[in-house]
Design a protein around this ligand. Structure first.
Ligand SMILES: [Fe+2]
Length: 622
């Protein structure tokens, strides 16, 4: 292995032997130390027979007291089974054409780098929504569930990484920038938590698969992660575990079964990275230590209705999240939903935690200790509330809303993340406020949608007191909710047009759900009646989403963050639905580009986010 200061390797500054073996699936890792800060380097591998790898480029971070601006992209959710990675091609195209100081320093991947659930084309000839399925992998020991397949051992997990790394756009992106990767759910299992998998509403132990997923991640993602087996760095050395039932949980919802603990601790992903004076990235793991998501419990179905697809009353979500701690330890024995009283199945269970006790303590400490101007929380799952106001629907349109007020969303539609983990989010945001931490921002993926807004633990009618800013990036290629609803929301449903609908002048379906989340049902109904977006916005329910300045549930692409000593700006680059690969060197057109800027605020001040659409049309999103 060689590291050079130039692309043609005339100035090689380091060489190393890099052992490879079957034990690491013929992958290898080399730790190159002693490099200079804020530099570009090139690297390549050559085997004993003189066969060479392609040349990779990497960049080192500025030193801790360096005040230069830092620019990076964050991405999530690429699905090579169902779509194309045009977003990376666009990112490369723009980076090649910009000035040296505006180039990206790295790409942060917030998970769903792979989708472990794979549809083989013949099992689903109708494709997925309007998309064709690609034949990217066959699992040698896979398990078929309904019409899709999942990996069952390390060979299968390795196979899916190899399949994804065949993608030419992803390959070029990985060769151009250092990637900072964190797993989300699909690197292990769709509805995975700790070392459990859930299919058909049933949890099943999967300790061996969790270890296999960690091993494949370790082999295919270059990162300095703590592994329980200790050095050396070039081999994972998986601990032996068995798939034993996990039946006992501690007071924070952590499964005490020994194999579960060994599996989830076999690889630690949470970590911090520093780029100069201005920016520290604190990355957390939202899957390995979390308690069970209450809205995935079968008992939670009692609070869902086909009359209001995806919606759940916010007061119900609040009670389910809080568990035994709700209302200062006095949770109600039953929960009202319409005219029914339903048993509170969470009454004797701990409040939801996504971080888990140990990681949360680490996270809060790092936040407090950080000396960087901007403390950016790389949270794979979104923290911005996603809500609607069905209580304002005119009578007669559909059945009465069974909730007491606002609606949130169930986990399958997009929430079930830090936006409905009210207790934990409140604890974190209170900590930020109480310690006078400024420059606090969260960035996330998972939701397959673009969001920009303010980080607050409560919304009206509760107090609305932002302590930071928050962003969510659209998916690289995985389908979003708008696309799913276009195909799957019942055609004759009275509420369909509030999610995907057409005004009088429209010739195609519009993403009305964006308007619904940002401004409420009255704005949607006005738009559907008049087709006038100004009139629609004039009827905005200002209490619904004072925290949101931009939302697009249908957008794909990537986000770019630029931090300086006095401001942070996030840019969303939205591309058309990436159904097929764009063959051009620009990755295809840009649908819209938006910029969201905040000046550094002082202790006690409230951050103010300024949103601008600088290119294209995103009228339903603001
Ligand atoms: Fe995803």
């Amino acid at each position: 292995m060689e590291v050079a200061q130039d692309e043609s390797f005339t100035r090689v500054i380091a060489t190393a032997e890099a052992p490879i073996s079957e034990a690491s699936d013929w992958t290898c890792r080399v730790l190159a130390g002693g490099l200079r800060s804020a530099q570009v380097y090139w690297y390549r591998f050559t085997d004993a027979n003189g066969n060479g790898s392609r040349v990779g480029r990497t960049l080192t971070a500025p030193s801790d007291n360096d005040t230069r601006p830092v620019r990076f992209a964050f991405v999530s959710c690429q699905n090579a089974n169902q779509g194309a990675q045009n977003a990376y091609r666009r990112m490369i195209f723009e980076d090649e054409r910009t000035t040296e100081q505006d180039r990206l320093g790295f790409v942060l991947h917030l998970g769903d780098f792979i989708y472990e659930i794979v549809w083989y084309p013949q099992d689903r000839p109708q494709g997925m929504y309007g998309r064709r399925l690609r034949d990217i992998v066959r699992y040698e020991h896979g398990e078929k569930i309904r019409d899709f397949h999942i990996p069952t051992d390390v060979g299968d997990y390795r196979a899916i990484y190899r399949a994804y790394l065949h993608d030419p756009d992803l390959q070029d992106a990985r060769a151009r920038w250092p990637f900072v990767c964190m797993w989300d759910n699909h690197e292990f299992s769709w509805i995975g938590w700790q070392s459990l998998q859930q299919f058909g509403g049933v949890n099943r132990p999967a300790q061996t698969r969790k270890v296999a997923a960690n091993q494949a991640f370790f082999e295919y993602q270059p990162a300095r992660l703590y592994k329980a087996s200790g050095p050396p760095l070039n081999q994972f050395d998986p601990p032996r575990v068995v798939d034993a039932p996990i039946t006992h949980f501690d007071e924070h919802g952590l499964g005490l079964e020994p194999n579960n603990l060994v599996a989830i601790h076999s690889l630690r992903g949470y970590r911090t990275l520093r780029w100069g004076r201005n920016f520290e990235l604190i990355i957390t793991d939202q899957r390995s230590y979390r308690s069970e998501e209450p809205t995935y419990r079968t008992e939670a179905q009692a609070f869902m209705s086909d009359d209001f697809p995806g919606l759940m009353p916010q007061e119900v979500l609040d009670i389910l999240d809080g568990g035994s701690a709700y209302n200062n330890g006095h949770p109600p024995p039953t929960i009202s939903y319409g005219c029914k009283d339903i048993a509170n199945f969470r009454i004797d269970q701990p409040p939801t935690t996504i971080l888990g006790v140990e990681q949360k303590a680490w996270f809060l400490e790092r936040l407090k200790q950080s000396k960087a101007t901007w403390k950016i929380w790389g949270d794979t799952v979104a923290a911005l509330d996603m809500r609607a106001d069905p209580q304002n629907l005119p009578t007669g349109l559909t059945k009465p809303w069974p909730g007491a007020g606002y609606a949130g969303f169930d986990a399958s539609t997009g929430a079930g993340d830090h936006s409905t983990a009210y207790t934990e989010r409140g604890e974190i945001y209170d900590f930020v406020r109480d310690h006078g931490i400024t420059g606090f921002a969260t960035i996330a993926g998972d939701r397959h949608s673009f969001w920009a807004g303010l980080a607050a633990k409560g919304l009206p009618p509760k107090a609305f007191e932002p302590v930071g800013i928050a962003f969510v990036t659209g998916s690289i290629s995985a389908p979003g909710v708008i696309e799913a609803f276009e195909h799957a929301f019942p055609r004759d449903h009275p509420l369909r047009s509030l999610f995907v609908g057409q005004g009088p002048g429209d010739t195609r379906l519009q993403p009305l759900m964006n308007l619904l989340l940002r401004h409420g049902v009255r704005s949607c109904l006005e738009y559907l009646h008049s087709g006038d977006i100004q009139k629609a916005r004039a009827l905005s329910n200002s209490d619904l989403s004072p925290h949101v300045s931009f939302v697009d549930m249908g957008g794909h692409g990537y986000a770019v963050v630029r931090v300086t000593s006095d401001a942070l700006e996030t840019e969303f680059v939205c591309i058309p639905r990436p159904i097929e690969r764009s063959e051009g060197d620009d990755g295809g057109p840009v649908l819209y580009r938006t910029k969201h800027r905040v000046s550094l605020w002082r202790k006690g001040e409230t951050p103010k986010l300024d949103t601008r659409i600088v290119e294209g049309d995103a009228k339903f999103s603001v």
